[in-house]
Design a protein around this ligand. Structure first.
Ligand SMILES: [Zn+2]
Length: 306
């Protein structure tokens, strides 16, 4: 089977021609266009349909696999809702629009779910039965994949791991409108805001600057950085206690924060994880931005072959 795989984010729309059977998928051609999200959902959908129609015209594909930002209905491919980074994206009947534009079968899922499925089956989680994935970037989200299948939940919203409480985050405002969630102290944007709210001298613009400051010997920067990673580890340990994974796979920009970050995440994890999951591995994702493209393709296969 040959598929056109799309990865729709707030900044760009990545695409790839994915072929091969499950377990040996490969990408033969790829590209991307800017999303220009602030043009609004209708214009963005139009642009994506034009791109898909053009590619389907040129390459003989069996169907279209989509990973998209926002809450996606995995039955229809409709975008149920989306955050402010893609205004008007929620309510877009993306699946129907793509089917009309290309006359091909279309299966779509959320991009974080797709990322998790890609890593679980073809990346750092391959060979494991129960995979807990967590992407720690501007925000925090993840997935639980068992036997190669995403646990969607009743509202297709499972995996909002950023919105788990941690006492270090007690009064920190979260992107969801509540307070005390780990996204407010462990994501790239969260840790930045958290540090700035505690610091009376230095201020930083992003997680990278905070890491540099910590490494230059700034005590509060180092403490904040370590506490953030430790808190994330504790939450992952608590999650592991609840869902019993075989392995934990971490990806996203914060995983490139260096050794201190990783060792504090692992220390926090071991402090919170119960004996049956205490020794499992915390791995770094292997597929990078290919993960959602592969994950979407895997989901497509699972639907078309059933
Ligand atoms: Zn929250």
């Amino acid at each position: 089977m040959v598929l056109l795989s799309l990865d729709i984010g707030g900044t760009k729309v990545g695409w790839a021609i994915v072929s091969g059977g499950i377990g040996e998928l490969s990408i033969s051609e790829r590209g991307s266009i800017p999303t220009q999200a602030f043009d609004g959902g209708a214009r963005v959908a139009e642009r994506i349909c034009e791109l898909a129609a053009e590619l389907v015209e040129r390459v003989d594909v069996d169907g279209i696999a989509v990973a998209s930002a926002g809450v996606v209905d995995p039955q229809t491919g409709a975008i149920v809702s989306a955050t402010g980074t893609m205004p008007g994206w929620g309510g877009t009947a993306l699946g129907d629009l793509l089917r009309e534009a290309t006359t091909k079968p279309v299966w779509a899922i959320n991009d974080v779910h797709a990322h998790g499925l890609g890593e679980a089956v073809l990346g750092a989680g391959r060979g494991f039965r129960s995979v807990l994935t967590c992407a720690v970037g501007t925000g925090i989200g993840g997935a639980h994949i068992t036997n190669g299948r995403i646990v969607f939940g009743d509202h297709n919203l499972a995996g909002h791991f950023g919105h788990i409480h941690h006492h270090f985050a007690a009064d920190q405002p979260c992107s969801c409108g509540r307070t005390g969630h780990i996204e407010a102290i462990c994501s790239g944007s969260g840790i930045t805001t958290w540090f700035n709210s505690r610091s009376t001298d230095a201020k930083v613009n992003n997680g990278r600057e905070l890491q540099d400051l910590a490494e230059s010997g700034h005590e509060l920067a180092a403490t904040t950085f370590a506490q953030s990673a430790y808190a994330l580890g504790e939450v992952l340990g608590s999650l592991a206690n609840s869902i019993d994974p075989s392995v934990v796979v971490l990806s996203g920009s914060m995983t490139r924060s260096g050794q201190t970050w990783w060792s504090e995440v692992r220390r926090g994890y071991r402090a919170s994880a119960m004996d049956f999951v205490a020794d499992l591995e915390l791995r770094n994702g292997e597929l990078g931005s290919d993960a959602p493209l592969f994950g979407a393709a895997l989901y497509y296969y699972s639907r078309e072959n059933n």
